[in-house]
Design a binder for this molecule. Structure first.
Ligand code: G6P
Length: 369
């Protein structure tokens, strides 16, 4: 087993460090990097289908669900198609309006999750067009769907998903680009701009990985805390949810992810000097709003751990801890911001001495409803 961990202490740590490679493999599988063209033939999506589909339903569980929340932004903005996102365990009980104008896209690492399988079955029975994004070749979901896009993360041993999440985000981005291209919403020149951003992504992730020690120090400093709040907006809102989920799953610290703008409607009541607040700060239209959320936390004595895009943010006070996340094209921020949150959760769990790769009560793949 030690050999399989390739010198890392845990599979999870190894898998976090495998992300640049996993992303390159996922890209290479469908992108002709020289000609900047997409080859997503296994997905089985035609121009006619794109014209037929009036609504896309994204369904998944756990971490894969967070990937769907990010994809909603991408699909609605790049493709102008309305998107619903549902949890596998909720979807079929709400009587979703599915018909031959619907596309159901299920997202799953294992391709075996029972609730996601039940959602797909529902879609098939109601005549929706069904596709899957999965990591395991030949898995049940891959076989049931009418087309599949594989993430090429390779086997993931750690129960908490890491490289499979970031490759799902890449795959869903590629899905959106493919759809936008087929519908004539983006031209070849814009497509090559997007592809260029994706090519640079593995290098940006390497940059984050090289700062691992900083996150270990942060973890050491906060390892005795009972609660964490994660705040994000826009594309980084789902990443706040995912960051909090990672923290809960492996360190057993209670962590809550929230849309920063909703803080005033509840979680702000919890803020005091005992609860660290993780703030995800992207440059762009939501930047000022995030800074004022940070001020609100500080005004109540909260300690802020800021993940900021680009260089050190001079507008944040000296007592705010800052971790710089490399700047990318806006759509890629969710992917780079995920990595330091994985490392923070990992080191927190390691320092607290939990069973990182096999957290209590959790399973890698949940095949019961
Ligand atoms: C389990 C795993 C999670 C995973 C979820 C969905 O709860 O512990 O890491 O996100 O199942 O799994 P899937 O294989 O469908 O992505």
């Amino acid at each position: 087993v030690a050999a399989e961990k390739a010198g890392y202490k845990h599979f999870m740590q190894k898998e976090i460090f495998e992300q640049p490679r996993a992303i390159i493999d996922t890209l290479r599988s469908v992108v002709d990097l020289n000609q900047e063209r997409l080859r997503l033939s296994d997905l089985n999506i035609s121009q006619d289908l794109v014209k037929t589909v009036k609504r896309i339903h994204l369904v998944a569980c756990g971490t894969s669900y967070h990937a769907c929340l990010v994809a909603k932004y991408l699909l609605e903005q790049l493709c102008h198609v309305p998107v619903d996102v549902d949890l596998g365990s909720e979807f079929r009980y709400r009587g979703p309006l599915l018909n031959s104008n619907s596309l159901l896209l299920v997202v799953s690492q294992s391709g075996e999750t029972a609730d996601t399988r039940a959602a797909l079955k529902e879609g098939l029975e109601r005549g929706a067009h069904c596709r899957a994004v999965v990591n395991v070749v030949g898995s049940t979901l891959a076989r049931m769907a009418h087309g599949v896009l594989y993430t090429h993360a390779g086997p993931e041993i750690g129960v908490a998903s890491t490289k499979t999440f970031t490759t799902q985000l890449v795959a869903l981005y590629l899905f959106a680009l493919h759809w936008a291209h087929l519908s004539g919403r983006i031209q070849p020149r814009q497509l090559s701009y997007h592809i260029q951003g994706l090519r640079e992504l593995p290098g940006k992730i390497e940059e984050v990985l090289s700062a691992e020690q900083t996150l270990r120090e942060w973890a050491r400093r906060f390892m005795d805390r009972e609660h964490f709040l994660y705040l994000g907006r826009g594309l980084l809102y789902p990443i706040a949810l995912e960051g909090a989920l990672k923290m809960k799953e492996i360190s057993y610290i209670h962590a809550e992810g929230y849309a920063a703008g909703e803080m005033k409607h509840g979680p702000i009541a919890l803020v005091d000097e005992k609860m660290p607040v993780v703030a995800l700060i992207q440059k762009g239209p939501l930047y000022e709003k995030m800074l004022s959320n940070v001020q609100e936390v500080k005004a109540r004595g909260g300690k802020v751990l800021a993940f900021v895009e680009g260089d050190r943010d001079v507008r944040l006070d000296d007592d705010v801890l800052q971790f710089c996340v490399p700047q990318t094209a806006p759509w890629l921020a969710p992917i780079v911001f995920t990595v330091p949150l994985q490392l923070l959760a990992y080191h927190m769990a390691d320092l607290r001495g939990t069973d990182v790769d096999q957290p209590r009560n959790l399973a890698k793949s949940v095949t019961v409803e």
